[in-house]
Write a protein that binds this ligand. Structure first.
Ligand SMILES: *Cc1c(COP(=O)(O)O)cnc(C)c1O
Length: 399
């Protein structure tokens, strides 16, 4: 029995079956991952957009090693320099003039945003309701599952926390109709990730911003998947003419070290007061050192711009597949957050890709999602595109 088979059998025995992996990953470098048998895969998942700078990047590895040997954790009862430096950096690169709250995941960052909105709303007209979008994804805690406008992840967990109302993404009239007396915030992804790699339109984002200004609502952007340079801007919302009041970040923030953050503008910077919210691990020195190193690499290697150029290149290649095969219906996305819409179950494509040593993701009901590391070389993207071409030919047949 191979090592991979052995691990997968034990996996089934001891892990709750919330996921069903078919590949075991043993080690990784840059945009390449290896199974225990040494088989190489080109990684177009980046651990679901958690490794925008690449796996085991030298700068991050060194920063983590040094920090863990110096001070791994000290709780938020004490301050540490990496935490303060990172907060300052996030405030600078977001240019919202506010402050940061640190936590450990995307769901927690969204929880923090929802709690902040409620706390402010309680003091401003007794409002608490957050309008979110259908096909959104905001996390797996009870409140963020309620915020997520998709029934598949809510079923069986009722009663869900109240205080959420849903609207259609990219449909401003629907959002207007969902806003009521008790509404305090509108939460939106600039590019819906799990929902099917669907970018917002300028009209929609500008309309949501204007509606928030008009009705004194908080505009929250969930940047957990589309942030950290992924879309060719530092933040997904920077593809549009708007600035949110709050945004959340996690996934790639600390390049694989679990971390989340809520970033505010000046207006909402002091809504949370002493004791009103907290996290034991949130913003610990280890995660902050990893995040600082991650941001430095993105800046030094100009990976935000790279996402634009490489995104155009990959998008063109995927569009060529759409021209060649009737089963490929559409290609969409921003930067290196791309989706290939297929006629049928995208899992069949993902499984065929695995046979050809390509790792990719599904999204929505019919989308193959590509989230490569922003550092993947153009030569490697070209190679991978050929491998994908071979896989699709086997799956969909030659012309
Ligand atoms: C992954 C994701 C989350 C949840 O993040 P976790 O770290 O898994 O809690 C929230 N919002 C978006 C847009 C995501 O892609």
């Amino acid at each position: 029995m191979s090592k991979s088979t052995e691990i997968l059998e034990e996996y089934k025995k001891y892990l709750m079956p919330t996921y069903s992996p078919v590949v075991v990953v043993d080690k990784a470098k840059g945009s390449r991952v290896y199974n225990p048998e040494g088989t190489l895969y080109y990684d177009f998942t980046s651990g679901i957009s958690c490794h925008n700078v690449g796996h085991c990047t030298e700068g991050v590895v060194k920063a983590v090693q040094e920090q863990v040997a110096r001070l791994g954790h000290c709780s938020n009862l004490f301050a540490s320099e990496p935490q303060v430096k990172l907060a300052k950096k996030l405030v600078e690169i977001s240019d919202l003039g506010g402050k940061v709250f640190f936590c450990n995941s995307g769901a927690e960052a969204n929880e923090a945003a929802i709690k902040l909105a409620r706390r402010w709303g309680a003091a401003n007209g007794g409002r608490y309701e957050v309008v979110t979008m259908r096909n959104s994804f905001h996390g797996r805690t009870l409140a963020t599952v309620a915020a997520t406008g998709q029934s598949w992840c809510q079923q069986g967990f009722e009663p869900l926390p109240v205080g959420f109302n849903y609207a259609d993404f990219n449909d401003l009239e629907s959002v207007k109709a969902a806003v009521g007396e008790k509404t305090v915030a509108i939460m939106v992804e600039a590019v819906q990730g799990e929902g099917g790699v669907m970018p917002a339109t300028e009209e929609f984002m500008a309309g949501v911003r204007a509606l928030c200004d008009e009705k004194n609502l908080i505009m929250i952007c969930d940047e957990v998947q589309c942030g950290m340079g992924r879309t060719g801007k530092w933040w997904g919302w920077q593809n549009f003419s708007v600035k949110p009041d709050l945004f959340t970040v996690a996934k790639s923030l600390a390049d694989g070290i679990p971390m989340g953050a809520l970033v505010s503008n000046a207006k909402y910077a002091d809504v949370f007061t002493y004791g009103s919210h907290g996290s034991t691990f949130g913003g610990n020195p280890l995660a902050c050192a990893a995040a600082l190193a991650t941001i430095k690499i993105i800046e030094d290697e100009k990976l935000v711009d790279a996402a634009v150029q490489k995104g155009e290149m990959l998008k063109a290649a995927l569009q060529a597949f759409a021209e060649k095969y009737d089963q490929v219906l559409d290609v969409r996305g921003l930067g290196l957050m791309l989706g290939m819409v297929v006629d049928g179950d995208p899992k069949a494509v993902i499984e065929k890709f695995v046979e050809f040593n390509i790792l990719a993701l599904t999204a929505g009901g019919n989308v193959v999602r590509f989230l490569p590391t922003l550092s993947m070389t153009t030569a490697r993207i070209e190679e991978a595109v050929e491998m994908m071409g071979d896989a699709l030919e086997e799956l969909f047949g030659a012309e």
